[in-house]
Design a protein around this ligand. Structure first.
Ligand code: PLP
Length: 506
């Protein structure tokens, strides 16, 4: 399978797409065509376990990778998930299901891809004949950083460096990252918000001077951010898997359409759902749920993307994003794959913070997606009511999704022409990952200490506390350093020049 850039003519293999992360023209790599999963293959998937289902999907994009090696890597990745099933589907009421993607090593859905990416990257380097060391650079709004650190720690020939916004992540997220072990990792706080972090990392990627300086140290840059196709591909698989689980448990018939609601930030997760649809999965509407940073909701309403607006810090920090990078891939598809136009729009976004799409494109956006947002108070209400009614605790990001999903369902119920369809709400983090806010939503109680919050949620819900979160309480803080956006590359150079990670002096 060949991949092309959303902004130009560049053509690469799957391995190259993963290793490079981003195209030379600044565009994102997309598959030349959408490979199809046939009805027979979907039937076959019913009897498979999660790694086998994922292998079937991934093989279609990464056909130059050895299929046995790929399956083995997937089995190994998903064996790290608690309780055996990497992506269980939970029925909460008639027609409403939760797709739980938080049972991995860092308790957020980013694990679904970041436990697999190191394999795709390392094998990709082999396939491309690359002999240099790899430096993985990550900008994180909280969950990606930790998941990437866990995925890449102690990987041979690879160093990983994570930048996070100084006070844009939750206490638990910060603690998870700053206690990270592994001898090839580094974590640095950046003054500013997530967009500042992401822009800083993108600048380093776009700079030839940076590449040359790193090359001198025998390092090649790569990205674990969700713009990397190696992040996107493993996420497509769980939409297929959820569908298979609905069929296997007699909730739907093969071929029936299913709606998904996805709590959205950088647009990676929901884009994977759209890719699944383009690969032939019977999907109805994709509901794009945002928090108060509702730039996507406005886009769907007005046809204009406008990120010049106030930035809000919310209880769902992984969705506090104004520039949703992966939207570029959808812009490209719905423009009729017009690379010049996509490049134009992205230039406009960079210079003015805005771009518009044509009326006929907007129609296509609305055909496949519904976009909505919800405020903090509504999210808290929804989490409280859902727990009271169904005994199901959810994290704050999933709370946003549920709140928007309920609004969407009400709207559909008012529409006499709308057929009933099952709704799968994608649950992206463990409630224990945001213990203070979750405890507040469920009980109205404020606690200062995250671990106290965990204990109280456990007493209240009897839900099992993930081992990974229990353990960090007793781990030493290794990383305390901070920087400003303009000095990020200096930190990078320091890191690749050092034998041991900067924070690991003790
Ligand atoms: C990253 C993240 C999101 C947003 O996903 P995108 O792919 O960036 O849209 C939502 N919820 C949680 C818990 C996350 O970690």
């Amino acid at each position: 399978m060949e991949f092309i850039s959303t902004r130009g003519q560049e053509r690469v293999t799957g391995a190259q797409a993963v290793v490079r992360g981003i195209a030379k023209d600044g565009g994102l790599f997309v598959p030349q065509t959408f490979p199809q999963v046939t009805r027979a293959e979907l039937e076959e998937m019913l009897g498979m376990d999660y790694p086998e289902r994922a292998a079937l999907v991934l093989r279609k994009y990464f056909d130059e990778y050895d299929p046995k090696g790929l399956l083995a890597a997937l089995k190994k990745a998903y064996a790290q998930f608690e309780d055996g099933d990497a992506a269980p589907l939970v029925r909460v009421e008639n027609g409403m299901y939760m797709l739980e993607l938080f049972h991995g090593p860092t308790c957020a859905f980013k694990d679904m891809a970041l436990t697999v990416l190191p394999y795709l990257l390392r094998k990709g380097c082999d396939l491309c004949g690359i002999r240099q060391n790899i430096l993985v650079l990550v900008a994180t709004s909280g969950d990606t950083g930790k998941a990437a650190l866990e995925g890449f720690k102690d990987a041979e020939g690879i160093k990983i460096m994570v930048f996070y916004p100084d006070d844009g992540v939750s206490k638990m997220q910060k603690l998870q990252m700053c206690t990270q072990d592994g001898n090839n990792v580094n974590v640095v706080a950046v003054k500013g918000n997530f967009d500042d972090c992401q822009t800083g990392v993108k600048k380093i990627f776009a700079s030839e001077a940076c590449a040359a300086a790193l090359s001198e140290k025998n390092y090649l840059l790569s990205s674990a951010n969700s713009i990397n196709f190696g992040r996107l591909a493993p996420q497509i698989a769980y939409y297929f898997s959820a569908y298979c689980d609905l069929v296997s448990s007699d909730q739907i018939k093969m071929g029936d359409k299913v709606d998904f609601t996805v709590p959205t930030g950088n647009f990676g997760n929901i884009l994977a759902a759209y890719y699944a649809k383009r690969m032939g999965l019977p999907v109805g509407t994709l509901v794009c749920a945002s928090n108060k940073n509702n730039v996507l909701t406005d886009f769907w309403q007005k046809g204009m993307y406008d990120c010049k607006r106030p930035f809000y810090k919310t209880m769902s920090p992984s969705m506090d994003i104004l520039v949703s990078s992966n939207l570029e891939r959808l812009i490209f598809e719905l423009s009729g794959r017009d690379a010049a136009l996509t490049a134009d729009r992205m230039r406009s976004l960079a210079s003015t913070g805005r771009y518009s799409v044509r009326a006929e494109e907007l129609k296509a956006y609305r055909e496949s997606f519904y976009a909505g947002y919800t405020g903090e108070a509504e999210t808290v209400d929804c989490m409280y009511e859902f727990f009271t009614e169904y005994g199901y605790p959810m994290d704050t990001h999933t709370g946003v999704a549920m709140s928007v999903a309920q609004r969407y369902e009400e709207k559909r119920a008012d529409d006499p022409g709308a057929e009933a369809r099952p709704m799968v709400v994608v649950s992206t983090a463990s409630p224990y990952k945001f213990p203070q806010d979750v405890l507040y939503a469920l009980t109205g109680n404020d606690v200062k200490d995250s671990f106290k919050g965990i204990k109280r949620i456990n007493l209240l819900t009897a839900m099992k506390v993930p081992e990974a979160l229990k353990a960090i309480r007793y781990k030493p803080i290794r990383f305390k350093q901070g920087t400003v956006p303009d000095k990020m590359f200096e930190e990078v150079l320091k890191f690749v020049s050092s034998e041991a990670p900067a924070g690991a002096a003790e």
